[in-house]
Every structure is written in structure tokens, then in C-alpha cells.
Design a protein around this ligand. Structure first.
Ligand code: MGP
Length: 213
């Protein structure tokens, strides 16, 4: 945004060379702080007349810290979305669905929230989830991370981190323990990891967790 400058500043400025020096120009591309990965934000709005995949929209991609915050500050907080909506943030090239080749053998660490937690914790937990993702918070196991999803639902909201391989127990457990700590959940709280294959074919009895932390 252009900011009007006081007259005396303009006089001082007029003494400076008119065009920036070469070195300054070459520094400009480095002014933004690059993220390790490029990320894609997706939005889901439930229109029951359409198939599930048709309700999913790619919003934008970003790969710098500054562009993340510009986006985060521009979009609606999750707690203000209509019930039935989702945000998903996935590594570029991975679609936020079970069918993607990077997801189909994977699963999710699921944070199931009570209705009361929407006002108190939903936005805080989702922001922390986003920061864990873009900040590669899981050490060498961050490569197993595919993305994160928030489901805004009247029956109780959900937040999850999706990983690529349910069989990679070391990675899954490290990610789960770190995620629980980062959310500041009490030690005696339990979160579960569910395989997408089980979620997609779940029975009336629900989905059994493969791991808990
Ligand atoms: P949901 O949106 O993940 O949870 O899945 P919700 O609305 O809380 O419902 P619940 O069943 O978990 O209680 C709702 C429905 O959306 C699923 O039953 C599927 O029909 C569809 N769906 C969700 N996901 C994440 C996928 C997906 O990755 N692929 C496909 N094909 N359908 C999906």
C-alpha cells in the first residue's frame, strides 16, 4: 500500500540516486522467507446435490512464510465457516483425498473436538496445525506428512494431520507425539491414528485406531 510521506522526507530522498543499486535489486528475491515445501490450500463446501469431489476447490498455493500469513489473514477463520465446510492444506501435488497415491496407504491423527471447543480452541488448534505443517515440525519424519484437514461440523469439529504410510510406525508415532505436544493437549488426553482405508469403509461401529498417543 502506498503511504504518503512528509515533505521533508521527500527532500532527503531526492538526494539519493534515482534507481536502486544492482546489489539491492539482486537481493530482492530473497526478501521473502522460503518454506521447505510449496503448499496448496483447498476449500470444501458441502453441496449434497454434487459428488464429494466436485465440492472441493483449490484456493491457492504458497511457498513463503510471508505468503502464508497474507493468506491466513485474508481468509475466514474456521470457526466462522458454515457447518459442512472444510479447509485442507496439502503439500503441492497431493490432493486432499483418500484416493491420491500419496494418501491411499496412509492415515490421519485425528483431533475430535466437542461442540464447546469451537469457541475456545478450534482456531487455535488449526493455526498450530498449519504451523506444524509449513514449519516441518516433525524432524525427518515430516516427509511422511501429506497435509492437514479441518472439518467444521455441527456434531463436533475435527482436525487431522494426514500421513502417507500407516506401516511406518516410527514416523506415525513421532508425528502423533509431537503433534499432541504442539497442541498443548494434556498428557492423559488420548488421540488416535486411523487408516484411511478403514475410514473409507467404516461400519456403524466406527473406525478403530491403529495407534494412540
Ligand atoms: P468427512 O467429510 O470426512 O466427515 O466425510 P463427516 O462429514 O464428519 O462425516 P463422517 O462420515 O466422518 O461422520 C463425509 C463423507 O465425505 C464420507 O463418508 C465420504 O462419502 C466423503 N469423503 C470424505 N473424504 C475425506 C473423502 C475422500 O477422500 N474421498 C472420497 N471419495 N470421499 C470422501
Amino acid at each position: 500500500m502506498a503511504v504518503a510521506q512528509p515533505v521533508h522526507m521527500k527532500i532527503q530522498d531526492s538526494k539519493k540516486p534515482k534507481s536502486p543499486r544492482k546489489e539491492q535489486l539482486s537481493l530482492q528475491p530473497h526478501l521473502k522467507h522460503p518454506l521447505q515445501n510449496r503448499w496448496t490450500l483447498w476449500f470444501f463446501k458441502n453441496d449434497k446435490s454434487k459428488p464429494w469431489q466436485a465440492n472441493l476447490r483449490l484456493v491457492t498455493k504458497f511457498d513463503t512464510v510471508e505468503d502464508f500469513w497474507a493468506l491466513y489473514n485474508h481468509i475466514q477463520l474456521a470457526s466462522r465457516l458454515m457447518s459442512g465446510c472444510d479447509y485442507s492444506l496439502f503439500k503441492d501435488g497431493i490432493e486432499p483425498m483418500w484416493e491420491d497415491s500419496r494418501n491411499k496407504l496412509g492415515g490421519r491423527w485425528l483431533i475430535a473436538l466437542s461442540k464447546q471447543q469451537r469457541m475456545l480452541e478450534l482456531d487455535k488448534f488449526w493455526l498450530e496445525t498449519l504451523l506444524c505443517l509449513i514449519g516441518e515440525a516433525f524432524d525427518e519424519y515430516s516427509k511422511d506428512v501429506c497435509g492437514g484437514v479441518i472439518n467444521v461440523r455441527a456434531k463436533g469439529d475435527k482436525i487431522a494431520i494426514w500421513t502417507s504410510d500407516t506401516e511406518n510406525q516410527e514416523a506415525v508415532l513421532h508425528i502423533g507425539k509431537t503433534y499432541k505436544e504442539r497442541l498443548g493437549l494434556p498428557v492423559n488426553a488420548v488421540i488416535g491414528y486411523q487408516a484411511h482405508g478403514d475410514t473409507a469403509t467404516k461400519s456403524a461401529f466406527g473406525v478403530k485406531s491403529k495407534f494412540i498417543v
